[in-house]
Design a protein around this ligand. Structure first.
Ligand SMILES: Cc1cc2nc3c(=O)[nH]c(=O)nc-3n(C[C@H](O)[C@H](O)[C@H](O)COP(=O)(O)OP(=O)(O)OC[C@H]3O[C@@H](n4cnc5c(N)ncnc54)[C@H](O)[C@@H]3O)c2cc1C
Length: 805
């Protein structure tokens, strides 16, 4: 056994072996993998081995498509057969709503280049004669779906990595991980110790335990999962070619051919977690869990109706095996916040669809310092401390039991809610607030109108929230609206080195004391790392505001670049809560709460200061997301409720009301203001997303400067635009294709109804080589092409005078 390695990967399942291979592929050869038993001895050996590229997150779908493409590569390099059957796959809809959903998904596949097709019942029966299509409306057919041999695929990765110089130690268990002063790790195994620069936790079923070795609580749990393999089925015996994978989305059952019979798997509603107190170290290859068919009876009956010949065939084998789930079903990938050189690659529920993509993205991150694309949907830093074991169990069970249920863009699943609330939660509930969740924290989406239920109906189209949101938008444009702004992240940066550090970290010029600036933060390759708001309260005290759900992600980046001394960084996101006031009457409202002069001359746009607001010590900034005159007020959490009462009293006599995030999103679309994870993400550079005007290119140094200069000097391949769409009862929601005649020229990033201008709007990226703002375009909305045109300026107050006066 080596005594030193650049990387030690812990775990020889499909994911660990893929990472080992990809590290060698990117040039790191001094890498080893340590496996407790034989390769595949976790979840991998008993998997059904199915794979597919479809995923509701487009970047995850891209990585899944990559995974499928890499199997042939490792088969060729290693000579190890992966047992690939590229049968194609049918994802079937049995309700009109589901069929609409599939049509919308099909349209999105054009954007990422998936060659899927929409097929009708007859075509489904032709491809898969054992499906009863009585109530089936259609399916998405993906020719790139199929199944493979889990063991063959794992060994193909492992052998390819070995051929490139990697070493694999089987029957070697990691029992302890100790950090070394140089930022590396002592990897203590039962066969000796390896000193490693980096450690990767790919320990699958034991990833929690390998996390605990370094004090990390990774939010994942194993869940039981069944599949059944039938005896031979006459239709399958008679079939001239292998049956495709068939997924009955509404019946929540999947099927693929196995020998001359089929394999049928189920996601039952009464999901069962396994080994909540920890995965036993002696669980391993050839161990399975006792079948619990009584739990599956309802589902099986539905499955038998969809695949009647399965009901007639005998059952040859029942498999009940555990694999891991996270609160949202996506994996936990990347550097674990708070730890140096400790990487996570676990919580992977679809190792055969995602393993290659995870291996590639993580290896890029380790070797090049960042993954090529935006993989936030998989990033371990998307969760915070709120994702406790109890929370994780509730959410993972919910995800498992709803695995194939429709996920509406406006739906927030109920498990583990509320997890975190602010002190005004009950008061706002009393006002009929309908809540959503950001980073575990409940936040008002809108306020249901009198007589309406305080609940939004999940829909692909405009929901029952529409009239309430319209009224809220109108009030903000004409009077004053009050938004609970608590969910935003807030960081305080202070100390003698604060200004110098921020000048290096952020691409903008620093504001002077008492001023605010929009602050793009870039990666070394000039990809967007943040669209932050920077407030300078004194020479050496700053506040940064951003999206609340990015806290762990931001903090990880900040800490990676923080100097050893001279700068104090504090995440105050849950210490400071507050309200935003927006609208032409918001100055009058603020005046009623403060004794200071907040006139335009004394407190102009983009200024900030410490201020007493209604007896509370507050930080107040004059800024605007709605495009109207506006202020944000942040106070220590204990002052929030009294502040709420005083704001409510001060609203008397003004045309004022509380409003929620939905209205804010509509108002910002009318102003063509982008937001993170939609218009801004690591996929874009400042010139693409229109942020270049906030970049101080003439600063001598900042992270990403060289690449930003190159980006500025080369024409961007795509460009952010605002679109006006002739939509009827639904609006764009993101990643819909934009067409110029028959040509795909871009995609939307977000959409919604502009209530005050009375138009359906979207933002999106278009190919700069072909677009011409005067050309008539089309945008697919819920699968239907709608006429659209590019707006050359923001549809509301293009000069921006309203927020400045
Ligand atoms: C019944 C069933 C059906 C499934 N069907 C599919 C399917 O059709 N398609 C699909 O994509 N996925 C499927 N899955 C899920 C799939 O099996 C997992 O996504 C995948 O196996 C996860 O791989 P992994 O490498 O992350 O973890 P694992 O396979 O659990 O591997 C982790 C490895 O780490 C080793 N290890 C742990 N701790 C240590 C330590 N301290 N020291 C050394 N080694 C250690 C373990 O021994 C193990 O070999 C199925 C799972 C089950 C149970």
């Amino acid at each position: 056994m080596k005594s030193h390695a650049r990387v030690v990967v812990i775990g020889g399942g499909i994911v660990g072996c893929s990472i080992l291979y990809h590290l060698t592929k990117l040039g790191w050869k001094d890498v080893v993998l340590v496996e407790r038993k034989e390769l595949t001895a976790g979840s991998t050996w008993h998997a059904a081995g199915g794979f597919h590229a479809l995923n509701s997150d487009m970047n995850v779908a891209r990585l899944q498509a990559y995974t499928i493409s890499v199997y042939r590569e490792v088969q060729e390099i290693s000579g190890q057969d992966v047992g690939m059957h590229l049968t194609g796959g049918l994802n079937m809809a049995a309700t009109p709503e589901r069929w609409d959903y599939l049509k919308a998904e099909w349209a999105r596949h054009r954007v990422i280049g998936l060659e899927t097709e929409l097929v009708g019942p007859e075509e489904i029966r032709r491809m898969c004669p054992i499906v009863d299509t009585t109530d089936i409306l259609g399916a998405i057919y993906d020719p790139k779906e199929g199944h493979l041999d889990p063991s063959g695929a794992t060994h193909a990765y492992a052998k390819s990595a070995r051929l490139a110089g990697a070493e694999i130690y089987r029957h070697t268990r990691v029992i302890e991980l100790t950090p070394t002063p140089d930022g590396g790790w002592q990897v203590v195994t039962d066969k000796g110790t390896i000193r490693a620069e980096h450690v990767v936790n790919a320990a699958g079923l034991w990833a929690r335990e390998v996390g605990h070795m370094v004090g990390a609580n990774l939010p994942l749990i194993p869940m039981e999962h069944h599949y059944l393999i039938t005896e031979d089925i006459p239709e399958v015996v008679a079939a001239k070619q292998m049956l495709p994978l068939a997924l009955d989305l509404d019946g929540e059952i999947y099927m693929r051919q196995e020998g001359k019979g089929v394999l049928v798997g189920l996601y039952e509603h009464n999901a069962k977690p396994w080994a909540l107190k920890g995965t036993p170290w002696d669980y391993g290859q050839n161990d399975l869990l006792p079948p619990a068919l009584d739990r599956l009876t309802d589902h099986l009956e539905r499955g038998f109706r969809r695949f009647p010949s399965v009901a007639r065939a005998g059952i040859r084998r029942v498999v009940n095996g555990p694999f891991t789930f996270t609160p949202d079903g996506n994996p936990l990938v990347g550097p674990v916040p708070g730890l140096k050189n400790y990487w996570s690659a676990c919580g992977v529920l679809a190792g055969f669809a995602q393993g290659g993509g995870i291996g590639l993205a993580l290896s890029q991150w380790m070797v090049k310092g960042e993954p090529d694309g935006d993989i936030f949907a998989m990033d371990v830093a998307r969760f915070g401390d709120y994702a406790t074991p109890g929370y994780t169990t509730k959410k993972a069970c919910e995800f498992y039991s709803r695995r194939f249920q429709m996920a509406y863009p406006n739906e927030i699943w109920p498990a583990a809610r509320p997890t975190k609330t602010t002190p005004v939660y009950d008061a706002l509930r009393g006002r009929n607030a309908v809540f959503g969740v950001s980073y575990g924290l409940e936040m008002p989406l809108y306020y249901a109108q009198e007589g309406e239920p305080a609940a939004e109906t999940p829909s692909l189209r405009r929901s029952n929230a529409f009239p309430a949101v319209a009224a809220e938008c109108q009030t903000v444009r004409e009077g004053a609206g009050v938004l609970e702004a608590s969910p935003f992240s807030k960081y305080e940066i202070s100390g003698p080195g604060a200004a110098a550090w921020l000048d290096q970290l952020l691409a903008c010029r620093l504001p002077g004391p008492g001023r605010i600036r929009l602050a793009p933060m870039l990666s070394p390759t000039a990809r967007m790392m943040g669209d932050l708001t920077l407030m300078r309260l004194s020479e050496s005290r700053f506040m940064i505001f951003g999206s609340g759900y990015l806290q762990a992600w931001h903090m990880r980046w900040f800490h990676e670049h923080l100097p050893a001394s001279g700068v104090e960084l504090r995440n105050l996101s849950e210490d400071l809560f507050g309200f935003a006031l927006a609208g032409p009457s918001s100055r009058e409202l603020l005046t009623r709460l403060v004794s200071e002069d907040v006139s335009n001359a004394a407190f102009p746009f983009m200024s900030a200061r410490d201020m007493e607001v209604a007896c509370a010590p507050a930080i107040v900034g004059r800024l605007s997301v709605s495009g109207e005159l506006g202020y944000e007020i942040y106070v220590p959490a204990a002052y929030l409720h009294p502040l709420y009462s005083r704001i409510t009293a001060a609203m008397e006599g003004l045309a004022a009301r509380y409003f929620g995030v939905y209205a804010l999103l509509s108002l910002r679309l009318e102003k063509s203001f982008g937001i993170w994870s939609r218009e801004f993400s690591r996929d874009y550079t400042p010139t693409m997303c229109g942020m270049s005007r906030f970049v101080a290119y003439d600063k001598p140094t900042f992270i990403g400067r060289d690449a930003a200069l190159r980006d500025r000097d080369a024409p961007p391949p795509r460009k952010l635009v605002t679109l006006d769409i002739e939509a009827v009862d639904a609006d764009a929601s993101g990643f819909e294709p934009i067409w110029l005649g028959g040509r795909l020229i871009g995609y939307t990033t977000s959409g919604g109804y502009g209530h005050c201008i009375g138009r359906s709007l979207a933002m999106g990226y278009v190919d700069t080589r072909v677009y011409d703002a005067s050309s008539p375009l089309e945008v697919s909305v819920v699968g239907k092409r709608r006429a659209a045109r590019i707006l050359t300026e923001p549809p509301y107050d293009p000069a921006g005078t309203r927020m400045r006066t």
